[in-house]
Design a protein around this ligand. Structure first.
Ligand code: ATP
Ligand code: MG
Length: 418
């Protein structure tokens, strides 16, 4: 991609009502546009990051047998009434509307009810089980406060997976696989070191639900960490009884601010019983299906990454989720300049090799401004092509997270970015 062709540009001004660090940086660098509080548009650079995050999560879900599908955002009232979750007193984040004929509908804030209803068509016998399905979808939640940028949207992308199993044992086995797949996902997203498997409230069937909490000052949760055991306890369930149950001692725990990037829980047979989702087992007996639900906040994870990986000059994307691998900055008087031609040659060669590259090909813009933009955008490797670099024997390479640059030949450069 050529910078001159990108419609979204970097900007120095962000409206004063944007108080979060992640959204300020993402807006300035041209990744997102703020429509209103809690509602952000993803621009070409932003989409690239979002898609990388989704692809990592997708691969991990596929590895444990997940099948991707997509449900609708419009939801039927009757379904949620069956499980007593339509009432605004029970679920306080509903966005609701009505069809022209007056029929009330809801905008999906979650999908357990409609998916389980759908599964009644496909699950009849033990032979139809297990089923593991997941989707990436825009969820709508009428959140009271939306001050954390893309970490708390009123409209946000979630990966939600649902498991349907024949027994508690079969469920348990998959639940543990899902836990490992979650940890693997966060590791690949660059959040591995600071993300902890966390005991939290909720879970219709078990005492706890399990969250994946990432240490983050901009997070809205408080957790108590046991670093060696790599587990945490959410303050909502933090008490003497729970600690002794988990074999943890107060003095070994560290209080930290965290952001919930994922949440998994077991419904047991409760939801299936409410919705009458049953199967016949090998003995011909009718039984409720055992249900689990597993969420990852895709856009929230992107916000957390920005919160954790930036400096005063801009974002520092981890390699796996960076919008591009290489950011070429050419410094040339015009297009006939040697530096421009060499930059173009390098750009074409990287594209041929399918190495993702952004080329700041602007002629009029001052070098200082281009370097500032490169720092703001945060692509891992910056390559300057100028008459000076060429005189010195090649291309000036600087890693975003390092201070020093070095001059390398094209072959060396290609080795570095492979
Ligand atoms: P929170 O406690 O932060 O409100 P939640 O417990 O309601 O989240 P879940 O229903 O478990 O969230 O949703 C699964 C995941 O979706 C969460 O772990 C989180 O990462 C993400 N998520 C939830 N609400 C939002 C939101 N408003 N904006 C962005 N991501 C969200
Ligand atoms: Mg939660």
């Amino acid at each position: 991609m050529k910078y001159s062709k990108l419609f979204s540009k970097t900007t120095k001004t962000v409206s004063e009502d944007e108080v979060s660090n992640n959204a300020q940086l993402l807006i300035k660098a041209g990744f997102v546009y703020k429509e209103m509080a809690g509602a952000y548009c993803y621009l070409p650079l932003g989409i690239r990051v979002l898609e990388k995050i989704k692809q990592i999560v997708r691969e991990e879900m596929n590895k444990i047998g997940g099948e991707e599908f997509i449900m609708t955002s419009l939801q039927r009232k009757e379904l949620w009434e069956k499980t007593d979750r339509w009432d605004d007193g029970k679920v306080d984040v509903w966005f609701k509307s009505a069809l022209k004929n007056g029929t009330e509908v809801g905008f999906g804030w979650s999908h357990e009810e409609p998916i389980s209803e759908m599964m009644k068509l496909y699950i009849n016998s033990y032979r139809d089980l297990p089923v593991y399905v997941y989707q990436f979808q825009t969820k709508m939640r009428n959140e009271l406060r939306a001050k954390s940028g893309i970490m708390r949207g009123r409209e946000f992308v979630m990966k939600d997976m649902y498991s349907y199993s024949v027994s508690d044992e079969a469920h348990e086995e998959f639940y543990n696989k899902a836990k490992e797949a979650y940890l693997a996902s966060f590791e690949r997203l660059g959040l591995g070191d600071d993300t902890f498997f966390t005991f939290a409230s909720g879970g219709a069937f078990t005492q706890f639900s399990h969250e994946f909490q990432t240490i983050c000052d901009a997070g809205e949760d408080i957790c108590y960490l046991h670093r060696e055991k790599r587990i945490a306890v959410n303050e909502e369930v933090y008490n003497d009884e729970v600690l002794s149950q988990l074999g943890l001692k107060k003095e070994d725990l560290e209080q930290v601010k965290t952001a919930e990037v994922g949440n998994i829980f077991s419904f047991g047979s409760t939801k299936s019983e409410e919705l009458d989702l049953c199967f016949t087992d090998e003995a011909g007996e009718k039984k409720p299906v055992i249900l689990g639900s597993y969420g990852i906040g895709i856009t929230r994870a992107m916000g957390v990454i920005v919160e954790k990986f930036h400096d005063e000059n801009g974002i520092i994307w981890p390699e796996n989720v960076a919008p591009f691998v290489v950011h070429i900055v050419s410094i040339a008087k015009d297009e006939s300049d040697e530096a421009y031609k060499k930059a173009e040659e390098l750009y074409n060669e990287l594209n041929e090799k399918e190495i993702e590259v952004l080329w700041d090909d602007r002629i009029e813009t001052r070098p200082g401004e281009k370097f500032a933009d490169a720092d703001l955008i945060g692509i891992p490797t910056r390559v300057v092509v100028s008459s000076k670099s060429l005189e010195n024997g090649g291309y000036e390479v600087k890693k975003r997270n390092e201070n020093d640059s070095q001059i390398v030949s094209k072959d060396e450069l290609l080795k570095m970015v492979k």
